[in-house]
Design a protein around this ligand. Sequence first.
Ligand code: URA
Length: 433
Amino acid sequence: MRMVDLIHKKRVGEALSEQEITFIINEYTAGSIPDYQMSAFLMATFLNGMTDEETSFLTLAMAGSGEMIDLSAIAGVKVDKHSTGGVGDKVSLIVGPVVASLGIPVAKMSGRGLGHTGGTLDKLESIPGFQIELSKEAFIEAVNTNKIAIVGQSGNLAPADKKIYALRDVTATVDSIPLIASSIMSKKIASGAEAIVLDVKIGSGAFMKTVEDARVLARTMVDIGTRLNRKTIAMITDMDQPLGREIGNANEIRESIDVLRGTGDKELTEVAISVAAYMAVLGKVFTSFEEAQEAVRDIISKGKALDTFKRFIASQGGDSRVVDQPELLPTAAYHIEVTAQQDGFINEIQAENIGIAAMVLGAGRAKKEDLIDYAVGLTLNKKIGDAIQIGESICTIHANRLDVAEVEAMILDAYKITSTQPAPKQLIYDVIE
Ligand code: URA
């Protein structure tokens, strides 16, 4: 087989076979196909797309390019959850303890944040003592004992995807539906998921800007799951403004604790309850979504999810006292209010720009090797639809320095204030099964 022939085949719009796709992935991972040929192939794929069958072959080939995690020593259906990324998205931190409290094993491998989106691992590491590296045996034991463990992704998980993603980044081929869908699903399959709930975000802070595009991506991933025998449900949810009110690592732990206590932000709570309920259905604990939703609310209101969160933190070496004493989490030295410069209503909060403002403050990384400051972040005091008067605080900057003029300007720019109140935002646009 010659790569040049396969590039040509894709260029003229023909579908590739499983053997051909596996050849490309194996040879590229091994270094025998050069970046310039892979780049041409990715661009041909970007322009001509892939059939559902090709996308599934690509997913399997990328999943199989490295370690395939075996979770068979853990009892129960291993249901994973994935968000396509957003700002203030701490849903994994909330649904983990909730579904674990329902008896569903949460054996989760997460990633770090890069750019304007945060990462679950960084947020967890803001808890003093929390360890994200466990041996495979310790990971499995922790899940069998506590029903939940969250660790860093193995360095050898879907290495083909890692290499291809880096190439897509510099060849303008990131936003291709088959390439995004296979990239996400390959990592879920390699990490041992038997069923998957996907949270596909749309809006200013997301990859997908329209409901139509998000539906196509969601449908593509659900179809991959079905073809590969992993029952998959995709929710399409709003990322036209950050989710919840807190952005930053320790801040997001504090807000997750509030939600687990039943006193958190309403919208964040609703998204988390829905994700957890779909996970409970896929975990075969409930047959109907409504029944599962009721059980999730109950688990939260009885304090059981919060107890599980404490046990989970302690089992990974963290200081579980943070749950009752959030002041033990890293706290910034300065709290600076950003105030409105006109009266009106909040019409828009550009999520991506808020995420970048938090990153500039030190809560995120511009480059992989950057260090982050767990204590810093933003609290959004006003969300879309809220009334605001001149001089009122729209956002609090939690900083470890006083020169935050740049961050302040970014926040003011991200908030759009108008004289009329916008219609309430839809939170969950669709669910694809
Ligand atoms: N997230 C991924 O893991 N891969 C993509 O291609 C896009 C988002």
